[in-house]
Design a protein around this ligand. Structure first.
Ligand code: SAM
Length: 191
């Protein structure tokens, strides 16, 4: 997927990251190489031990300081209002509880700070959306709880974030079929 354009998406997502960053579900640490110089520290959390070890390897050669730990997006071992940026990249499709994960992101962000998101979401085409609904029960069992049919943008708004910009586009990580992706930023409330 990264060869098909995913790396470009990651670059576009992360060029706006600043200060203390919390990355949820960092996987193999594919994002780390894209953090810009304005980032002082990345706290990356990955629940899967194998992927966490890959994240730790990637952290060793990252251009900024990255600390990798265990933890789920729904319960981050991070103090309140301590992060300048939270990064959710292809992860809100897989978390157990999206609402709780976004509430945690909001808790750890300073007031007015930024959630950066890059996610595949349910199609806005009615028929394709129904197909995604139909395949979700099987797909999530085969693919680490990944739900092809989540309306993550609505969930971000419902969690109290103000979406400041979002790009929506079709992208086929595996070559086919194209899935609707969203890439953008949302601001945590000021109070
Ligand atoms: C498709 S991978 C994406 C990895 C990485 N964020 C990236 O952009 O390449 C989905 C990741 O979400 C992680 N994950 C699943 N459930 C999670 C949860 N509740 N909290 C945090 N991460 C979770 C998985 O372990 C996996 O690393």
């Amino acid at each position: 997927m990264d060869r098909r354009g995913g790396q470009e998406h990651r670059r576009a997502l992360l060029e706006r990251a600043t200060g203390v960053v919390v990355e949820v579900g960092s996987g193999a640490g594919t994002n780390f190489t894209h953090y810009p110089a304005g980032v002082t520290r990345v706290l990356a959390f990955e629940p899967d031990p194998y992927l966490r070890s890959l994240s730790a390897e990637a952290a060793a050669s990252a251009p900024v300081a990255v600390e990798v730990g265990g933890g789920v997006a729904e319960a981050l071992p991070v103090p309140d209002s301590s992060a300048d940026t939270v990064v959710a990249s292809l992860v809100l499709c897989s978390v157990t509880d999206v609402r709780l994960a976004l509430r945690e992101s909001r808790r750890v962000l300073r007031p007015g700070a930024t959630l950066l998101f890059y996610e595949h979401v349910r199609s806005t085409r009615p028929l394709l959306g129904l197909v995604e609904d139909a395949v979700t029960p099987l797909w999530r069992r085969m693919a680490g709880n990944c739900h092809p049919n989540r309306d993550t943008l609505a969930a971000i708004g419902a969690a109290g974030f103000e979406v400041t910009d979002v790009r929506s586009f079709g992208f086929a990580p595996g070559g086919w079929p194209p899935l609707r992706h969203i890439l953008g930023a949302a601001r945590a409330p000021l109070a």
